[in-house]
Write a protein that binds this ligand. Structure first.
Ligand code: HEM
Length: 310
């Protein structure tokens, strides 16, 4: 991915900024954190964003100005100012969190594998739209622990990802996308979007009535009850556009994601119903069938597919 494509702006920008501000206010601790070791990286990322990237990439939205309070970046959509020199790394995260519709996570090589290669840990973040996990509980952890609940991660992804993260060069950007179905339209969600198998429970996020306990003697009944509770009109296709790049000075990695949510009626209207229904079937047929369980497909799959194909 060319680095110029790091951030995408669309016609939801104004609404999203308002939602982000209110989530930051309602959950000041859950949405951001900066461990001491990551302060320089947060400031490096922030400085590049506000001094270079945002005003050059989106000159009609972000305009540099000078005020009595010092240099500012004026956000022409919200008609508010962003400080070029933030009071602290946390203030920098708070400003980024509000003014850019993208969540940012900073990773550093905080530990080393037995063969001497670096292991990346999450050390700072601003995330307004976690898709069913607590970023705060993940902070400080290495990638392997962060992904503990993801079926197949250890077997299929861990080694290659650690290698990939260690090798990613300054100036290169990469992107991937994911998708799932959520049974509500909440952008901020610390729990309930995933189901965890017993040995994947270590990082289980905040309990939520909709998170199934796979050890429950009544598991089948619980699944049936949750299936009945699915209201197809409330379901959303939830996708994240994720990117990764390395900062030139601190060499920290910046992982970012922008969250998209679509009503199933929108998916259908654009003619993609059969394709999404096939992708839902594909969850249990891929190289890691347990992903269907992790994404709660056993709960929402049948009703969503029926709607998409009707
Ligand atoms: C670019 C390389 C990465 C790959 C290939 C990857 C892969 C995955 C996969 C397959 C999942 C399952 C859901 C999905 O399909 O997205 C997942 C979940 C997740 N990933 Fe990643 N990931 C990457 C980078 C990261 C980074 C850098 C972080 C954060 C520092 C991160 C944090 C998470 C979290 C928090 C979850 C949810 C885990 C849970 O349910 O508790 N990922 N990742």
């Amino acid at each position: 991915m060319p680095l110029s494509e790091l951030v995408e702006v669309d016609n939801t920008f104004k609404d999203r900024m308002e939602i982000r501000r209110s989530i930051l206010n309602d959950h000041p601790e859950a949405t951001k954190q900066c461990n001491k070791v990551a302060e320089a990286a947060v400031l490096e990322h922030y400085d590049w964003m506000v001094s270079t990237y945002l005003p050059r990439r989106f000159p009609t939205i972000y305009k540099p100005t000078s005020t009595a309070a010092g240099p500012q970046l004026y956000n022409c959509v919200s008609k508010t100012s962003i400080p070029i020199r933030p009071a602290s790394p946390m203030a920098a995260l708070d400003a980024l969190g509000e003014h850019v519709d993208t969540d940012f996570l900073i990773l550093l090589p905080s530990s080393t594998a037995v063969d001497g290669s670096p292991i990346y840990h999450l050390e700072a973040f601003v995330t307004c739209f976690p898709a069913g996990f607590s970023t705060r509980e993940k902070c400080g952890n290495p990638l392997a622990a962060i992904h503990k609940p993801v079926p197949g991660y250890e077997a299929k992804l861990e080694k290659s990802m650690d290698r990939f993260f260690a090798k990613l060069e300054v100036g290169r950007g990469v992107k991937r996308a994911n998708w799932s179905i959520s049974t509500n339209d909440k952008l901020y969600s610390e729990g309930g979007n995933h189901m965890y198998a017993e040995d994947e429970k270590v990082d289980k996020p905040v309990e939520n009535a909709k998170t199934l306990d796979v050890n429950s003697p009544n598991l089948d009944e619980d699944v049936e009850r949750q299936k009945r509770e699915v209201v197809v009109e409330d379901c959303r296709l939830r996708c994240e556009r994720q990117t990764l790049h390395r900062l030139p000075k601190t060499k920290a990695l910046v992982f970012s994601f922008k969250t998209y949510m679509y009503k199933l009626s929108e998916v259908k209207a654009e003619g993609s119903g059969p394709e999404l229904a096939a992708a839902i079937d594909g969850l249990a047929q891929g190289s890691v069938p347990a992903i269907a369980f992790y994404k709660r497909g056993v709960v929402w799959g049948a009703k969503v597919k029926e709607y998409l194909l009707s």
